[in-house]
Ligand binder design. Structure first.
Ligand code: CTP
Ligand code: MG
Length: 232
């Protein structure tokens, strides 16, 4: 890695939050006196490692311009896309003139407001000299079943199974290229899967269990609990 390699953050925030079933997209629900996405972005900013943060926002989104953080000098607003991967690609394109192919990009869900500087720095410090990059991940505590309908077909070997979290950290050039090649492929549900399709092997770095994604209504209370108990 050259001495002037930069780090960029990309935050997909153009989802509608269907599973949350609320009156607005989940990134704008209130959590500990702020919108979920404000926590996410303030935490990324306070890690103090990113040259800028590109945020993908839906064109029909009336909430984003109302937030003070949208005017922050390190925040760049890009258009969202149909799927999460389209939003990530759009945000990558918005920093094309600023980023070098060899710079690192950390993609982080807007819906993960409990991200800590500890985890961001762990990911960066573990992978900064790596050729491919990788993701924060968690092992599964529960026994995992392979199920058809309601019938159990078998039990999976848990030792090989990890849950993919974000941030996911890859080189600007290879991530953009992988997402462009994979465009429209429904199997691409995170950045790592786009690189895997290229035959590359991203690594996992064990993350903290408090880095939850707000998905269903009960997750808001859990996120609030974690926030109150985090002190790093
Ligand atoms: N996202 C995005 N563009 C999309 C879809 C999702 O930027 N077209 C973002 C979401 O805003 C979220 C992240 O990707 O920050 C993770 O996606 P997910 O948790 O699935 O959020 P939603 O798609 O909004 O929720 P749901 O699937 O329940 O509708
Ligand atoms: Mg979704």
């Amino acid at each position: 890695m050259t001495i002037d390699t930069k780090f960029w953050a990309v935050v997909p925030a153009a989802g509608v939050g269907k599973r949350m079933n609320a009156d607005r997209p989940k990134q704008y629900l209130e959590l500990a006196d702020k919108a979920v996405i404000e926590h996410t972005l303030l935490r990324l900013l306070s890690a103090d490692v990113f040259s800028a943060i590109a945020v993908a926002i839906s064109k029909e989104d009336p909430y984003w311009p109302e937030l003070e953080v949208s005017l922050h000098e390190k925040i760049i607003t890009a258009d969202g896309g149909k799927e999460r991967s389209d939003s990530v690609l759009s945000a990558l394109k918005s920093i094309r003139a600023l980023a070098s192919d060899d710079d690192w990009v950390l993609v982080h869900d807007a819906a993960r407001p409990c991200i800590t500087a500890t985890d961001i720095k762990l990911l960066i410090n573990t992978l900064r000299d790596d050729d491919v990059g990788g993701i924060l991940a968690l092992s599964s505590h529960d026994t995992l079943k392979d199920v058809q309908g309601t019938f159990i077909r078998g039990t999976l070997d848990r030792s090989h199974i990890w849950r993919a979290l974000t941030p996911q950290m890859f080189k600007y050039g290879s991530l953009k290229n992988a997402l462009e090649i994979a465009e429209g492929n429904p199997a691409i549900t995170d950045e790592a899967s786009a690189l895997e399709l290229q035959g590359l092997q991203p690594k996992i770095v064990e993350g903290r269990p408090d880095n939850i994604k707000i998905t269903r209504p009960e997750d808001l209370a859990l996120a609030q609990f974690y926030m109150e108990h985090q002190n790093d």
